[in-house]
Design a protein around this ligand. Structure first.
Ligand code: SF4
Length: 190
């Protein structure tokens, strides 16, 4: 029996991540990422890598965004296009339960796209020039709620009668991510 966990793209490829300038945050996430990957290998968990929506939409030199900016019909449609092959793979694995068990989905908390328990919110947008943007930037904050990409994935799975356990990688709460590779059965087909 193969155990499969769907994971946010940058769990396996940090090159896709937005350039960060917060060393403390980066080191904490990297430490948890390494522990998680080691535990996945030790537990025989296969990692199905989701696409990185922000890299595919905006490239490597993108600015940071907030969930409020991505929560629009156009970005959601792009997410659907990226996720359609993933949903087909999930359906195929579920059609062969004697061979495969899907443990769930592990997103990246704090991301406007891949957050599961936490995303980031803020009324960003508009021209940078001609104004003092510091007040606007300060309004960006961690908030409970899903990122747009994860929300779309769960929506698409739901449309196909599939419910998967879903949690996020978040250094202040490492136990949530680690639990995902410890063999919890998390799939239900309605
Ligand atoms: S969009 Fe998702 S996969 Fe891409 S870098 Fe951000 S959190 Fe990682």
């Amino acid at each position: 029996m193969k155990k499969i966990l769907l994971v946010g793209h940058c769990l396996l490829n940090t090159a896709s991540k937005l350039k960060s300038y917060d060393l403390g945050d980066m080191e904490a996430e990297e430490a948890l990422r390494r522990s998680l990957l080691k535990a996945a290998i030790d537990n025989g968990v296969q990692l199905l890598q989701l696409p990185c929506p922000e890299l595919l939409q905006y490239g490597a030199r993108r600015w940071g965004h907030t969930c409020d900016q991505f929560d629009n019909v156009f970005f959601r449609q792009r997410c659907r296009e990226m996720l359609a092959p993933v949903v087909l793979q999930v359906q195929e694995y579920l059609a062969n339960p004697q061979e495969y068990e899907i443990l769930g989905i592990l997103g990246i908390d704090g991301s406007p796209s891949c957050g599961v328990k936490y995303t980031c919110r803020g009324p960003w947008g508009g021209e940078f020039s001609g104004r003092d943007v510091s007040g606007v930037l300060k309004q960006c904050h961690l908030a409970e709620g899903r990122g747009v990409f994860m929300d779309t994935l769960l929506e698409m799975l739901g449309e196909n009668g599939i419910t998967l356990k879903c949690d996020g990688l978040f250094p202040p709460e490492p136990e949530r991510a680690m639990a995902m590779v410890e063999g919890n059965v998390g799939v239900r087909k309605a």
